[in-house]
Design a protein around this ligand. Structure first.
Ligand SMILES: Nc1ncnc2c1ncn2[C@@H]1O[C@H](COP(=O)(O)OP(=O)(O)OP(=O)(O)O)[C@@H](O)[C@H]1O
Length: 269
């Protein structure tokens, strides 16, 4: 579990995060959503220690990151896996070398054990025959899988994914979303996904934090988001008329179901 406690962050005069508190739950996909410029990336950078908040803090498993000494912070860094926007693979390295990179940096395993671990994670993300390929030789979806394999190779407790679907078609996005969800459950990671993608929100959003102009405007589950009465959130999630119509239909469907259930209850009494 990660706790974000009253984080404030400004750049010069510009307030970017205004007193954000939230809990990112273990074994769950925690989504941070919001329009462009709402502060999602700055918040995640504060969470992983790439930015220092002006005030407030972040606790990982109850331990305040700002209070950690260098050794503890280094240990924490190794428990954090990151899938960067655009995958951020090293172009001059093969898939295998990319995934091995964190092991070379942080583990004391022998070369053959590292290779074994790389094979395991590449198999887990269903990439078996790409070991010797370079990033330029594989598709966008495969690059994301390599990025995910690299993010999980050290068995992280915390998995951060920055816009994992950017540049992918809807079908491939769904496959990547499902993979992130499965890994989260399988390894009980506390997963944080930054996204604009409403499909992801509905597919994997166990817990959603909605930011608006640097404030946490709403927090809830993907079951609750459909019925939210928050106007700003509704403008964001139902940005198209089509989705608004779909929402109205869903509401009608639910009302019908509730009415039917009531009738059933009446009949049973
Ligand atoms: N290093 C920085 N220096 C100054 N301002 C910054 C810096 N990083 C971010 N900002 C500002 O903070 C605000 C929030 O940016 P952030 O990147 O967190 O938005 P976002 O919600 O992630 O947007 P997007 O969805 O487009 O990635 C923006 O106004 C941005 O210009």
């Amino acid at each position: 579990m990660i706790e974000v406690n009253n984080i404030k962050k400004s750049f010069g005069d510009k307030v970017v995060l205004e007193d954000i508190s939230a809990v990112m739950e273990a074994g769950k996909c925690n989504l941070i959503i919001g329009t462009s410029g709402s502060g999602k990336t700055v918040l995640t950078k504060c969470m992983v220690g790439l930015f220092k908040p002006d005030s407030g803090g972040v606790s990982f498993g109850g331990q305040d990151m700002l209070a950690m000494n260098d050794e503890e912070r280094k240990e924490l860094r190794q428990q954090i896996g990151m899938l960067f926007q655009g995958s951020a693979l090293f172009d001059s390295m093969t898939v295998e070398q990319n995934v091995m990179f964190p092991l070379d940096m942080f583990s004391t395993l022998s070369h053959s054990d590292k290779k074994k671990r790389v094979n395991e994670v590449l198999a887990r993300v269903e990439l078996k025959d790409a070991h010797k390929k370079f990033p330029a030789e594989i598709s966008g979806g495969m690059k994301k899988r390599v990025g995910i394999a690299r993010a999980i190779v050290l068995n992280p407790k915390y998995l951060f994914c920055d816009e994992p679907n950017s540049g992918l078609d809807p079908q491939t996005s769904l496959v990547i979303d499902k993979l992130i969800k499965e890994l989260t459950q399988e390894f009980n990671t506390t997963t944080i996904v930054v996204t604009h993608d409403m499909n992801s929100v509905m597919e994997i959003g166990d817990h959603i934090v909605y930011l608006y102009q640097g404030r946490k405007e709403w927090e809830g589950t993907n079951k609750e988001i459909i019925f939210s009465k928050n106007d700003l959130l509704n403008k964001f999630i139902f940005a198209s008329e089509f989705l608004q119509d779909a929402k109205d239909m869903r509401m009608l469907e639910m009302k019908g179901k509730i009415a039917n259930d009531r009738n059933m209850d009446d009949l049973l009494q």
